[in-house]
Design a protein around this ligand. Structure first.
Ligand code: GLU
Length: 468
């Protein structure tokens, strides 16, 4: 095959859902792997259901995922002249004909076919009439009447369709607009698409499309129909299973590389490897390893993979998305030199960036609030002496650093005989408001001496007030 050309042709009737994103991903990866071309095409001929908001949402999601396209976006609504030209070609080559049967008549034919035990189909009334162009006529494809149409599918193997079951379907409506299968085929032919990977909800369209390719006398593309993504109950994934839009996952704090990794594994495998970087996927993705079984979307597994990607990410990579989540909480960390250190301290403890933002708050907040249970347990009169001693030592330190802080703690333990944990827990609550946080020396170094002293003093005052 010459250069591989794949495409993603969403219908803009809603946001980009995870199933669509997986289809886009497979086509994108295959093109990237083989240094081919990935085309974006907006299938907006259904003008009643297509919206600009959906188009924008699809772009936004693809951009966030980093699925960049080499050509397009094409819009089908801007290509009507090309479709008309191709209708003309089929009329001239005898592969199509005009039909003036009314919808009512066609309905009667369908009923009649069913009554005699057949499939509902057009009975070919106008097939040999050679009708001229005229008001109200549709154009029908002259489908083969006998034999079979074979879909050689790289995922599903061969699927054989009986031509008798297919009818002379409409390719151009009476207003001159193309029908769905016709527009898709004309687009794929004229755009040079030679590899079509899509959901298996399109299998039933494929024999019609194959027949059109044959009528145009052009080679068939490679077809691969991927099983649908299912929910945990094994029904097709839908809103009732929870969030299905790509950008909802962004807003919940997922990394695009984690979502891509999860989606690719929902239909493709490479041994039993679960974690893949984007680069690894580009190097490894192939069509042979697309599975025949439907993938079940499991948010918990996605979250576990997200945690792995957060852990693996360089802190600098997470600064921008974390900044957004903290801004939502009223905290501006832009330009703060401590941010990467904060991220490094939290990246092994956060399953999502939203959770990381939550955990990062205490580093940046002017004032913290104590978790009630943590305060009750650890900010007690017993803690007054260690907290005061620590504050005095920290204040007196010549050089304030993580090591120096650690030295202070060891000194306090040696002097007072109090166990390290007994000192560390009240300090942790005083500094972070919680009983769980990154290492105490690490957080003290990041928060900085001034703020550490303020928080220790605030905790001391809190204990004195509560006791009083
Ligand atoms: N526009 C179709 C859809 O969104 C895709 C058609 C195709 O892949 O051939 O389902």
């Amino acid at each position: 095959m010459s250069q591989v050309v794949t495409r993603f042709p969403p219908s803009p009737t809603g946001y980009l859902h995870v199933g669509g994103a997986r289809t886009a991903l497979f086509n994108w990866l295959y093109a990237r792997r083989l240094k081919g071309k990935f085309i974006l095409r907006i299938e907006d001929t259904d003008t009643e259901r297509s919206t600009q908001a959906s188009v924008d949402a699809i772009f936004e999601a693809l951009e966030w995922l980093g699925l960049d396209w080499d050509e397009g976006p094409y819009y089908q609504t801007r290509r009507f002249a090309i479709y008309r030209e191709h209708v003309q070609k089929l009329l001239e080559s005898g592969h199509a004909y005009r039909c003036t049967c009314t919808p009512g008549q066609v309905e009667q034919m369908r009923q009649a076919a069913m009554a005699s035990g057949g499939k509902p189909k057009y009975d070919g009334t106008c097939r040999y009439k050679n009708l001229p162009a005229g008001e109200g006529a549709v154009v029908r494809f002259k489908a083969p009447l006998a034999g079979t149409t074979v879909l050689e599918d790289v995922v599903k193997g061969n699927i054989v369709f009986n031509n008798e079951e297919l009818d002379d379907f409409v390719i151009s409506r009476s207003d001159g607009s193309p029908t769905y299968n016709f527009a898709v085929v004309v687009d794929d032919i004229t755009m040079g698409v030679n590899t079509i990977i899509r959901g298996d909800d399109h299998v039933m369209n494929t024999p019609k499309q194959i027949q059109l390719y044959k009528a145009f006398g052009v080679p068939l593309p490679l077809f691969g129909h991927v099983p649908m993504v299912l929910g945990k109950d094994r029904a097709r994934l839908s809103k009732r299973h929870g969030a299905t839009s790509v950008t909802a996952y962004r807003d919940m704090g997922y990394l695009p590389e984690a979502l891509l990794n999860y989606l690719v594994r929902l239909g493709w495998s490479h041994g039993d490897q679960e974690f893949f970087t984007r680069q690894e996927l580009i190097e490894l993705f192939n069509l042979e390893n697309i599975g025949r079984a439907a993938g079940v979307f499991d948010v918990e597994k996605l979250m576990a993979l997200n945690a792995d990607h957060i852990k693996a990410a360089a802190p600098a990579r997470l600064v921008a998305p974390l900044t957004g989540f903290l801004r939502e909480k009223g905290i501006d960390i832009s330009g703060d030199p401590r941010v990467e250190k904060v991220i490094a301290s939290l990246s092994a403890r956060s399953k999502t960036l939203r959770e990381m933002a939550e955990q990062a708050l205490f580093y940046f907040a002017e004032e913290i609030t104590y978790d009630a249970e943590a305060a009750r347990k650890f900010l007690t009169p017993e803690a007054l002496a260690p907290l005061s001693a620590l504050a005095a030592e920290v204040e007196a330190l010549a050089d304030y650093s993580e090591q120096a802080v650690e030295g202070v703690f060891h000194g306090l333990v040696a002097q007072s005989g109090i166990k390290l944990g007994k000192i560390a827990q009240p300090v942790r609550v005083a500094l972070s408001g919680r009983t769980a946080s990154p290492g105490i020396y690490e957080i003290m170094a990041i928060i900085g001496r001034e703020r550490v002293l303020t928080r220790l003093k605030t905790a001391i005052a809190f204990i004195e007030n509560s006791a009083g």
